[in-house]
Design a protein around this ligand. Sequence first.
Ligand SMILES: Cc1cc2nc3c(=O)[nH]c(=O)nc-3n(C[C@H](O)[C@H](O)[C@H](O)COP(=O)(O)OP(=O)(O)OC[C@H]3O[C@@H](n4cnc5c(N)ncnc54)[C@H](O)[C@@H]3O)c2cc1C
Length: 381
Amino acid sequence: MSQAHAHTPVDTAEQADLRAAVAAFGRDNLSTPAPDLWAKAGKLGYLGVNLPEAYGGGGGGIAELSIVLEELGAAGCPLLMLVVSPAICGTVIARYGTDAQKSRWLPGLADGSLTMAFGITEPDAGSNSHRITTTARRDGSDWVLTGRKVFISGVDIADATLIVGRTEDTRTGKLKPCLFIVPGGTPGFSYHHIPMELAANEKQFEVVMDAVRLPADALVGDEDAGLAQLFAGLNPERIMTAAFALGMGRHALAKAVDYARTRQVWKEPIGAHQAIAHPLAQAHIEVELARLMMAKAAYLYDAGEDAAAGEAANMAKYAAGEAAVKAVDQAVHTLGGNGLTEEYGLAKLITAARVARIAPVSREMILNFVSHQTLGLPKSY
Ligand SMILES: Cc1cc2nc3c(=O)[nH]c(=O)nc-3n(C[C@H](O)[C@H](O)[C@H](O)COP(=O)(O)OP(=O)(O)OC[C@H]3O[C@@H](n4cnc5c(N)ncnc54)[C@H](O)[C@@H]3O)c2cc1C
């Protein structure tokens, strides 16, 4: 199974080498604790493959970073913070940060010695990010940030959090999105753990910002170009969530196929029964289709086609989330009772796969996007 997945027809020779190297690294490090795995992957240059060479990165793109996450997931040791730290935060800083911000953050994000979390979701806004109320007010040359975020991954291990807030447009009075780097430990910035029914190394947190005072250079990029800058980070997030989901789907299917080949309760292994084989074949096809869409989205994004990449990234995230949920469900079922044992480690993927259906943008919000933006249908909300 894993052999059949080793390459995609769209990999360049370098990408195929990277894929093979990360897959081997993942297999060799299955029992390495997550923080050590992160550090080791950083030293090997895997965490910063998408970041500029001038700042210690590999000079590749989201295509390369998605290969890293997909292969780690396929091996069974995904690193969720890849979605956030190098993909969202690293990309936004590399594209829109000042030279000082790039020098301060990118080398560390690339080698894994620094980690950055990302906070957009708010309790009273949820999927409607136009409703976020975290507000940055000017005070002299400083900014004062006030608001609340929920479900923010990895705040406990992050050196800083990239926060999506709003500033007031002096001409229109309207609030517009802006991005701020908030270092951990800044007075007024606090967080607490949200217990989740997820078996994952990365934890989620509620973040409270109570008049957090930040220097002028905490603002990333141009105060007036907030939305474009934000999407420069959100499209990689969607592509990387697809990679996370597809790695998990492949991992679950590989386990199920191995089991179905050898488990025998009648005269043939259970994999000979088409009731077992066909759903696995179907899940495999759906994972492969989603991988192609992910590759398309990454290609468009790396080519600078932001608008086309937005549509493709949404579709890839949708397809990958659905394919992963289905693959995991079928894998669990294939193992019968063993599908629910700790020994085989598949049942815990049931909730983990659901993350990709909900976050960072839910299945329904992608269907809304495609209905309105692609098909031109009217909006209900
Ligand atoms: C494990 C995990 C990690 C996360 N990490 C981060 C992080 O690091 N940073 C961050 O900022 N956020 C993070 N999130 C938050 C995530 O992005 C949100 O949960 C997600 O955007 C959905 O928002 P919500 O939970 O408020 O759901 P809601 O917006 O309340 O939606 C609830 C349900 O209603 C549906 N719905 C809402 N509006 C519509 C509509 N107009 N039409 C049809 N259906 C609709 C949704 O599809 C969904 O099924 C994380 C979430 C999880 C579960």
